[in-house]
Design a binder for this molecule. Structure first.
Ligand code: SAM
Length: 212
């Protein structure tokens, strides 16, 4: 698929990105910080990794009544994904996450930290790619089967965030069937942990809206 193609089930109102986009307020210092390949980046996107729709995943609308995100979409494996597979980079708008810009930017559900030292996050709410559809594992399966990792993107020479398949222990219907099998089975939903902080903040917001 060419880099201008759009994945199936992509929402028509959200621009699809095949690389990160930068908010105009990003400073030179922040851009320079992103161009440092620091030793704590434990994954990397190789120079030949294709841009555009990712053949490893499918965006699927969730109809299962027992799924806590029913009626929304999720990201599913289009083929078996071995543990350690770099699944899909997380693209969105790279922005300053703390003051002075936080005044005009509410942190959204699609916001991931990119570099805490210089307060940069990537937000896929208004524009992004398939990775914005990764749901949290809570209420779906026992544990996550993927994680977001900071990485080095050799194509652009800057830091990026990627979804990576993690080793999955046997559990439920996605249990590996063969010795040595693991990763994410074809057709299974790709699920990460958003962290307890995400859900406690969500609970507080819900309680506040009930009190109003
Ligand atoms: C980054 S989006 C994930 C994609 C989202 N399902 C969609 O269709 O746009 C995060 C939102 O997905 C929903 N979500 C993700 N994981 C969930 C879970 N385990 N239980 C309930 N809702 C979930 C919540 O509404 C959350 O605010």
């Amino acid at each position: 698929m060419g880099k201008d193609a759009i994945p199936k089930n992509w929402p028509p109102t959200v621009p699809y990105l095949s690389q990160p986009s930068f908010a105009p307020h990003i400073t030179k210092t922040q851009l320079q910080a992103l161009r440092v390949c620091s030793p704590d980046l434990t994954a990397s996107i190789p120079a030949n990794f294709p841009r555009g729709p990712c053949p490893l995943v499918r965006i699927i609308l969730i109809g299962d009544p027992s799924h806590p995100a029913r009626g929304q979409a999720g990201l599913f494996a289009a083929r078996h994904l071995e543990p350690g597979t770099l699944i899909v980079p997380y693209y969105g708008i790279i922005h300053s996450s703390l003051p002075p810009h936080s005044l005009d930017h509410e942190k959204s559900d699609y916001d991931l930290w990119l570099n805490r030292e210089v307060n940069i996050a990537v937000d896929a709410e208004k524009a992004g790619n398939e990775a914005r559809f990764v749901n949290d594992y809570r209420g779906v399966r026992e544990r996550p089967n993927a994680e977001f990792k900071l990485c080095w993107d050799a194509r652009s020479g800057q830091q990026c965030t990627v979804a990576v398949a993690v080793f999955v222990l046997p559990s439920g219907k996605n249990a590996p069937t063969k010795a040595g099998a693991g990763g994410i089975a074809k057709g299974a939903e790709i699920l990460v942990s958003y962290g307890k902080g995400f859900w406690s903040k969500r609970k507080e917001e819900n309680e506040a809206s009930v009190e109003r």
